[in-house]
Ligand binder design. Structure first.
Ligand SMILES: Nc1ncnc2c1ncn2[C@@H]1O[C@H](COP(=O)(O)OP(=O)(O)O)[C@@H](O)[C@H]1O
Ligand SMILES: [Mg+2]
Length: 354
């Protein structure tokens, strides 16, 4: 069945707009043991009302990219290059988030007001010593002109919207009095109460059991439609991407190695790393004791610099003398809106490939 035509029009329109344009972002950690290049010059365009999935194994730089966007990097981490241009709400010039002071008033307005983040562990954003209601109303009072009773009403309304039963009562609860699933819903309520234009969801369901996981993912999808926001869905799980995302960026060692609309990526994965990640997903119809392949080796330690393509030491298709030399840029166009950083798709094919 085809998508209703108005959906298609919205998708096409929003595809042309940009909410946040990340250009050549680089984040480094200066540690006693050396410099870690956690994010290595990534480009990512986030469009209004769409979900972009960012996927990759642990340690690939997904969370650090998100934290850089909100200027909440760990103390030794610094943005060392690039721009993150946030479109203004109405007219005016874009704001470069990379240039804002982490403790300054501009980024504080943007956090929660324009861009919110939810985490795997709700207790990262929820305080154990304040009631749910106090925490949500505080966020309202910080960003919107509202009286305390108005802010409390908004908090209750938001708790209802995220499916917390008896919100008038729950608003007085402390986080430890709630189940993991409810805490996750409260964190989402707090993140969305000021109607941000972008929600960054960093592994929001990784710690939850499967049933609750799918409830939370469909909640995020529903809220995205109802509130009209963009979502950046960060996960190591391609199953979560399939369930939620319109577009996907695959990250490996601080770089984006493949980017495509979600259906295209699943149908036609090009990068050997993406193919490896897909081979790791259990599929229907294969039986319980199916053999899952896994990508050989592991993400190397962050202090080693791999010469050439970052993935080549683990890649079954590597070409000696080619893949260990230059880093392939994310340029090879292998389909409409489908790009891959791999010499296998460069034309002409290197002779050594045959
Ligand atoms: N607090 C930190 N101190 C030093 N290095 C860090 C810190 N946090 C992250 N890094 C480095 O950045 C890399 C990317 O981390 P992260 O973005 O958290 O990965 P993930 O893709 O699992 O979210 C890590 O492999 C690590 O080398
Ligand atoms: Mg992470």
């Amino acid at each position: 069945m085809s998508t209703p035509s108005e959906n298609r029009i919205t998708a096409v329109n929003s595809r042309m707009e940009t909410l946040l344009d990340i250009r050549n972002l680089e984040v480094r950690f200066r540690l006693r043991e050396g410099i870690v290049r956690a994010v290595h010059g990534i480009n990512l365009r986030i469009a209004p009302n769409r979900t972009i999935g960012v996927v990759g194994e642990s340690g690939c730089g997904k969370s650090i990219t998100a934290k850089a966007m909100l200027q909440i990097l760990p103390s030794r981490g610094k943005i060392t290059a690039g721009e993150m241009l946030l479109a203004p709400r109405d007219g005016g010039p874009a704001t470069d988030l990379a240039k804002l002071h982490p403790k300054g008033p501009e980024i504080r307005r943007i956090r929660g007001g324009d861009i919110s983040m939810i985490f795997q562990e709700p207790m990262v954003s929820l305080s154990p010593v304040h009631t749910i209601g106090n925490q949500i109303t505080e966020s309202v009072l910080l960003h919107r002109p509202a009286s305390k009773p108005e802010a409390l009403d908004r908090a209750i309304e938001m708790l209802r919207l995220v499916g917390v039963p008896m919100p008038e009562k729950r608003v007085n609860a402390y986080p430890h009095e709630l189940s993991g699933g409810l805490r996750q819903r409260c964190m989402i309520a707090m993140a969305l109460v000021c109607r941000p234009r972008l929600l960054i969801a960093d592994e929001p369901t990784t710690a939850l059991d499967v049933t609750i996981q799918s409830q939370i993912l469909s909640l995020i999808r529903r809220l995205q439609r109802e509130l009209g926001m963009a979502v950046m869905m960060i996960t190591h799980d391609l199953g979560v991407i399939a369930e939620t995302s319109d577009d996907v960026a695959v990250m490996y060692l601080g770089r984006i190695v493949e980017q495509a609309p979600v259906k295209e990526l699943f149908r036609n994965p090009k990068h050997p790393y993406t193919q490896g990640l897909l081979d790791c997903i259990p599929r229907f119809g294969k039986g319980r004791d199916q053999k899952l392949t896994s990508i050989p080796g592991s993400v190397p330690d962050p202090f080693t610099t791999v010469p050439g393509c970052p993935f080549h030491p683990r890649c079954a298709k590597r070409i000696a003398g080619v893949c260990d030399r230059g880093v392939p840029p994310l340029l090879s166009k292998v389909g409409p809106e489908h790009r891959v950083a791999c010499v296998l798709y460069d034309a002409p094919r290197p002779e050594a490939a045959s």
